[in-house]
Design a protein around this ligand. Structure first.
Ligand SMILES: *[C@@H]1O[C@H](CO)[C@@H](O)[C@H](O)[C@H]1NC(C)=O
Length: 362
């Protein structure tokens, strides 16, 4: 009897396995059928292929190779050392590396020449990205001719009417809208009224995607287009440093020395463009409270320092002045270090002990 039942269990297991296998194969087939239908539906398949390859596994040699010789227009709201434009620039270089023709326009450019913009423009030109004015005929012609137009951030939506005018409907079906913003003041019709008609939206996290879905519906009564959640990747440069213990040690020593932080001190960091909503104020307040707590309770811990990477006294001056005043007022200038916005964050990551990442998703 025992023998019989164990045989039955084995048989049962085999069936279960076969069933599972069948199920997973059919899910896969359903998935393919669905994406095939999706792509002939309204939006060009290029956007679907695109999003699938960006979000898919990186096992194949070049998942973006289908973009070879395609014309892509990247629309950036600004050109600066902040997250949005830098991510778009990485994308530009990825597309160039598979042989796509890439054009870049920047909507808001300061009238006077700016060192950062100059160097970023040239970085792109050096790598074969064509850079031109967001307002001229060339921008319009390229938008009409392009295989794919990537609008970066919600505020880039204002460019559509301003430049394309009556041609907006011709361009929308090939627009992939990459949205990074989380805060309320971006849910404005001015920015996003064309959102329902673009080929797709790409958003960095599920929480943000949900937020956009409900906010656009509740506040603006508009429907999000097909929305794809594509998490941000790791930079190759960071991974290389992370794997190189000698490089890490050298960078750590160098940065600490330049800040006056000893090897045994505890170094906290927040690395973001300094701006309201990125949470540097909360970071500083908590840091100060911990210092007080340590003092009150006479705790024996290493000396603590905080570093804020992403300072820019030419941009969000009011907010950063508040931060700097707080530091002065609490007399913690020797413990808090501000570092200008920079493209090279690897040295700071190597130098610190704790990275504090704010959550814009709450
Ligand atoms: C940081 O940026 C400010 C302008 O915002 C500039 O005056 C200062 O020299 C910069 N500091 C360093 C160390 O580059």
């Amino acid at each position: 009897m025992a023998k019989h039942s164990s045989g039955w269990v084995a048989l049962h297991k085999r069936w279960l396995l076969a069933l599972l296998l069948l199920l997973s194969v059919s899910t896969l087939i359903a998935f393919f059928i669905r994406s095939a239908f999706d792509s002939c539906d309204r939006h060009p398949e290029i956007v679907d292929k695109w999003v699938n390859s960006v979000s898919g596994s990186g096992s194949r040699a070049s998942p973006l190779s289908f973009m070879k010789s395609k014309l892509v227009l990247l629309v950036s709201h600004e050109l600066s050392l902040s997250g949005g434009p830098l991510l778009l620039m990485e994308l530009a270089f990825l597309l160039r590396s598979v042989g796509a023709e890439v054009c870049w326009i920047t909507i808001q450019k300061p009238p006077e020449s700016d060192e950062v913009i100059y160097s970023l423009d040239h970085k792109m030109l050096d790598r074969g990205v064509q850079v031109f004015s967001a307002k001229g005929q060339q921008a319009l012609d390229t938008a009409l001719k392009a295989d794919l137009v990537v609008l970066n951030t919600a505020v880039a939506g204002k460019w559509l009417d301003a430049v394309l005018k009556e041609n907006v409907p011709r361009v929308l079906p090939k627009v992939l809208w990459w949205i990074h913003e989380m805060r309320g003041h971006y849910f404005k019709m001015d920015y996003v009224k064309h959102l329902p008609l673009v080929a797709g939206a790409m958003i960095d996290s599920h929480v943000t995607a949900e937020y956009w879905k409900s906010r656009t519906h509740e506040r603006l009564r508009i429907k999000m287009p097909d929305t794809h959640v594509v998490h941000l990747g790791n930079s190759k440069e960071l991974m290389e440093v992370a794997e190189d213990s000698v490089a890490k040690r050298v960078l750590r020593e160098h940065v600490r020395e330049s800040l006056g932080v000893r090897n045994e001190d505890l170094l906290f960091a927040i690395i973001n463009s300094v701006s309201r909503g990125k949470g540097q104020d909360l970071f500083l307040r908590s840091f100060y409270e911990s210092l007080q707590l340590i003092q009150e309770k006479k705790l024996k811990v290493p000396a603590m320092h905080a570093i804020i990477v992403g300072s820019d006294m030419t941009a969000q001056t009011k907010f950063e002045s508040e931060l700097r005043n707080f530091v002065m007022l609490k007399k913690i200038q020797d413990r808090v270090h501000f570092v200008n916005k920079t493209l090279t964050v690897a040295p700071y990551l190597a130098a610190i002990d704790v990275l504090v990442q704010n959550s814009q998703d709450i």
